[in-house]
Design a protein around this ligand. Structure first.
Ligand code: NAP
Length: 254
């Protein structure tokens, strides 16, 4: 079910960590699963990944802070060394950041820029750095192999809160919403270019999920959300490339 190589950003907790757990538990686990984490090795927030790593030789941990160009560059070099000529089949841009705002008085340029950096700029810079590896995987696939995650794909974890159509006064989170709207546009725009290189893309909303970001009030467990998102990823093809959908497959308004 899973392709040979997968890289997930922000994989040390929440939805990203659950993706790692489910991939490793699968009988069709990736031969090379790269889980990236912002904090240094040995730090408290990487404990769960390091415990998984001690039991799974196909799991590789790479430090990556998506707001640091230097960190992205050095992570790309490590990943290139791990994957070599086979390239990268699937990039999951999962890392994200959200603070709650309730009124214009709370918004600052620093908080706006921080949200845009983690949620929109970072994912595109990571994609830019890893694009040569995705291209390698697309070229390595036989000319008859179908477009999809088995060949070469990028999935951006999006949010329904990034939809302009769904803007509402009840749920402000203005900086987060605007940054996820920017991710939608960037993801869609670069998606056209990726498709020409044989790489499909998807903007995928996980639902409202019980994580540090989603809070305990969320109705969905990470386990249920991730299992459904993996089904959606498996269905990704040329026709669905560049769309914005939720974990059930419902097409969301931009
Ligand atoms: N939970 C929901 O209900 C929900 C709904 C819609 C969309 N989403 C999206 O789903 C994705 C995962 O969210 P989650 O609920 O799992 O959130 P989470 O539990 O808060 O985890 C966020 C992850 O992103 C990482 N991260 C933050 N800043 C980073 C940076 N500069 N560089 C690299 N990694 C960074 C965090 O690493 P650290 O541990 O180092 O901080 C952590 O691993 C996000 O893109 C989020 O916007 C979530």
């Amino acid at each position: 079910m899973f392709p040979r190589s997968v890289l997930i950003t922000g994989a040390n907790r929440g939805i990203g960590l659950e993706m790692v757990r489910q991939m490793l538990a699968s009988s069709a686990a990736p031969a090379c699963l790269i889980a990236t984490h912002r904090s240094g090795p040995g730090s408290g927030s990487v404990v769960s990944l390091e415990e998984l790593k001690s039991r799974h030789s196909n799991l590789h941990l790479v430090q990556l802070d998506v707001v640091s160009d230097r960190s992205i560059q050095s992570a790309a070099e490590v990943v290139t060394g791990l994957l070599g000529d086979t390239g990268l089949n699937l990039l999951i841009n999962n890392s994200g950041y959200a603070q709650r705002t309730t009124c214009l008085g709370q918004v600052t340029s620093d908080s706006l820029l921080a949200h845009f950096h983690v949620n929109a700029v970072g994912p595109i810079m990571v994609l830019k750095a890893l694009k040569p590896l995705l291209e390698k995987a697309a070229v390595a696939a036989s000319s008859k192999s179908e477009y999809g995650i088995q060949r070469a794909a990028v999935v951006h974890i999006a949010s329904t809160l990034g939809s302009l159509t769904n803007a509402c006064v009840e749920m402000r989170m203005d900086e987060y919403r605007a940054s996820k709207a920017a991710l939608n546009m960037l993801g869609r725009q670069v998606g056209f270019e990726l498709l020409q290189a044989g790489i499909v893309s998807l903007l995928l909303h996980p639902g409202w999920v019980k994580t540090d970001m989603g809070t305990e009030d969320a109705p969905l467990t990470p386990s249920a959300s991730v299992a459904s998102m993996f089904e959606r990823m498996a269905e990704l093809n040329k026709e669905k490339s560049g769309t914005l959908i939720d974990y059930t497959g419902r097409v969301l308004p931009w």
